[in-house]
Design a protein around this ligand. Sequence first.
Ligand code: TEU
Length: 593
Amino acid sequence: MVKRWIKGGLRGALRVARPLLLAGAAITVGPAHADPAQQGAIPWWQSAVVYQVYPRSFADSNGDGVGDLNGITRHLDYLKRLGVTVVWLSPHFDSPNVDNGYDIRDYRKVLAQFGTMADFDHMLAAMHARGIRLIIDLVVNHTSDQHAWFRKAVADPASPEHDYYIWRPAKPDGTPPNNAPSFFGGSAWSHAGAGNDEYLHYFARQQPDLNWDNPAVRREVYDVMRFWLDKGVSGFRMDVIPLISKDPAFPDLTAQQLADPAAAYAHGPQTHAYLGEMNREVLSHYDTMTVGEAIGIGDNEDALFTAPARHELNMIFHFDASNVDRDGWRPRAWTLPELKARYDHLYAALGDDGWTATFLGNHDKPRAVSHFGNDDPRWRVLSAKALATMSLLQRGTPFIFQGDELGMTNFPFNAIGQFDDISARNLWHDEVDGGHVTAAEMLAILRKTSRDNARTPMQWSADAGAGFTTGHPWLAVNPNHTAINAAVEARDPASVLNFYRRLIALRGRAPVLVRGDYHDIAPENPDVYAFTRNAGDDHALVVVNFATHPAEVALPAGIRLKNRLIDSGGGLPAPVGARTIHLQPWEASVYRF
Ligand code: TEU
């Protein structure tokens, strides 16, 4: 083990209280922390395994039905045992929670329901004591409409804060300045204050977009970043970061653009200038990890954000693969070759030096096993393991969404009243109340696609409240928590949880699974996803059967199988030198070759 000082920690040392400093400034970490300049070394953010905590739903320590920071601190040994090295914390800031914290009222204050700044400091120190780093959510495309800046902006159009936001006059006929839609329904423009001006909000009207063209806004954002970095956080997941720059002319979107507004919004003129400035001003002074939520960005544009020489971000989330079953808000049928093609396209665009983030789910997606696997009790465990094998061993830094390591499933929603999410409720309002879609059809769609599927409380135990809370949970606990929970799975060697632990450990032992290139060896195979990872003389083969029937994959010449490294618990290993691998339903294996 190598012990190193983190640049930010050292800087923070001058500013934070000494007891915190002792626990927070030095992190004991594995070989990944070796000097990246050293030949062959892998930067820590590449060998990291990240775990996303959605604080509202992770663990409630005080019985109010809402998860909190002390709840997270309580479960750090669980995360340590899982093997994750970084936690991404979804927004923990003061917020009116119109969009569950993605509408921030005060960037320097912890949401009261989640605890205090002292709880935050304590949590961070406890993470560092376990060699776990923390990255936090940077939500700076927009603020809450209750942020002091927006309140001043509305109250006084002559105030400096007015220019922190984006205002344009309504058209003479009273219609919005242009036809831009909000992601949460309706126009992206709303009226506020005196006069004729409307403000821009790509999300809810309670989430006004910041005016990044105003240097004062950028300075404020950089100060917020330094505030948290100086506390010892190790970086940021950047919410909808490609959206920060806007074309000030605000032309109407074309019909084609209206079909995919994210793509239209993601290509503002100054995005890269601003990210470069952010890196120069802030990130380059700390040892950080950054991951951009790159909605609207094509695979081919990845390098603009992540090429090391450009000094912007380390990696971005691409959504093409995870959206394979979606056409806007409507589900669409998909095939495995189609899913593989989306990954293959991304990796081809990235090239052998590019880097990305791999993931199956997050707080905006349905549950991974219900989404890409099969949550029927016959296949749930197997398919959750198969998906984990795919996602943790693809090339990139893997992100695990809380509960996916248990194979948690979608929730059996059967009424609109059970949904909390503003996007589900607004969609219902527009489409069902608007008379375009029947209630039954929309319910069937939301049951599959709703973001609330991922947001139900973490299932720690079979107790009432799932061990998440002793009170009344803010969102219903999935009734299947009596069977699917961390306590049961910790004891069961064949559980999804124990498989994740082994898989993460394997990734940690085998550098080829981190740094190796990626090559799909059977893109047309309708059942099996088979890809190699290669680094010098080190070669690994990952095979995953996506079918509920046995399937096989023929190996190209040049692959001479050696030992099997891990298997999700199905068939016997293929013999050394075999030309074909036979897989049981939803079986996943990894071989050396
Ligand atoms: O999400 C960005 C985004 O556009 C989608 O995830 C979108 O919310 C979804 O497709 C609509 O159904 C980020 C956050 O992850 C999300 O939770 C926030 O709601 C959004 O930004 C606004 O901050």
